[in-house]
Write a protein that binds this ligand. Structure first.
Ligand SMILES: [Zn+2]
Length: 252
């Protein structure tokens, strides 16, 4: 039997801390692909911009190995890098977010030296004076690039002196029920409903990647359970786990 003060999944929700943009100095999102910034952190970045907080997206790759080419296809493998670069610039303009590329190879981040990747992330964190860094939860990123860059981001913060470390806010990908069972409730929840249109506009800027999704939404309509579940998750809140940079990740 559980002791009375044992946190359970149901009462842990009450202890989730709301994300408060006004408490931030600068927020850096470190994710591997053009469109990750909008899907995983677009609302959070928009909330920060509204609060006058400086934001930056440090994008790992150019997403040039992506399979989506638009619907109907309007680009090809050779042109995809340029297309996605332009789409990302447009999305970052919508989010009022600065953009920096790391220039890593798409679908190959797991083969990089994580300490080297971490050093370049740390340089940007320090340049920005970031108070929070947004990343994918290593081991819960679903895509190997998401996991590898998440891991390198933890190493980057771990290498910093304790007093100047930003907090690590990790987004986990996947079925909310599974995540709840394995990780518990996220500790920081950003209510993104006030900026949802900005997030959707940023997602639409990634035309090669999201045209299919929006077309499916339109075709299926809001009464389709799968569509409404997914769109709800995308537009209500962005949830983060607070990672301890000294704790080993799933990759060490
Ligand atoms: Zn991605």
């Amino acid at each position: 039997m559980l002791a009375e003060n044992t946190p359970t999944a149901s009462n842990a929700t009450d202890h989730a801390q709301p994300f408060d943009a006004t408490k931030e100095f600068a927020v850096l999102s470190v994710l591997p692909h053009p469109d990750d910034e909008s899907f995983a952190t677009g609302g959070t970045l928009a909330l920060c911009a509204e609060a006058g907080v400086r934001t930056m997206y440090l994008c790992g790759t150019y997403g040039d190995m992506g399979r989506r080419m638009g619907r109907p296809a309007f680009t090809n493998r050779e042109a995809l890098r340029d297309v996605r670069t332009i789409e990302l610039r447009d999305a970052c303009n919508v989010l009022r977010c600065e953009l920096r590329f790391m220039g890593l190879r798409d679908k190959c981040i797991e083969f990089e030296d994580p300490n080297q990747v971490a050093a370049s992330i740390r340089a940007v964190i320090e340049e920005l004076g970031a108070s929070s860094v947004l990343l994918y939860y290593p081991g819960y990123g679903v895509h190997p690039d998401h996991d590898a860059l998440g891991h390198a981001t933890v190493l980057a913060v771990r290498s910093m002196p304790a007093a100047s470390r930003p907090r690590l806010l990790a987004a986990a990908v996947g079925d909310p029920e599974v995540l709840l069972a394995q990780l518990g409730q996220p500790q920081v929840v950003a209510d993104i409903r006030p900026v949802v249109q900005t997030k959707l506009d940023a997602l639409r800027a990634h035309r090669s990647q999201t045209e299919v999704m929006f077309a499916n939404w339109d075709e299926n309509g809001p009464e389709d359970a799968q569509t409404s579940n997914f769109s709800d998750r995308l537009t209500r809140s962005e949830n983060y786990y607070l990672l301890d940079p000294d704790a080993p990740t799933a990759f060490e």
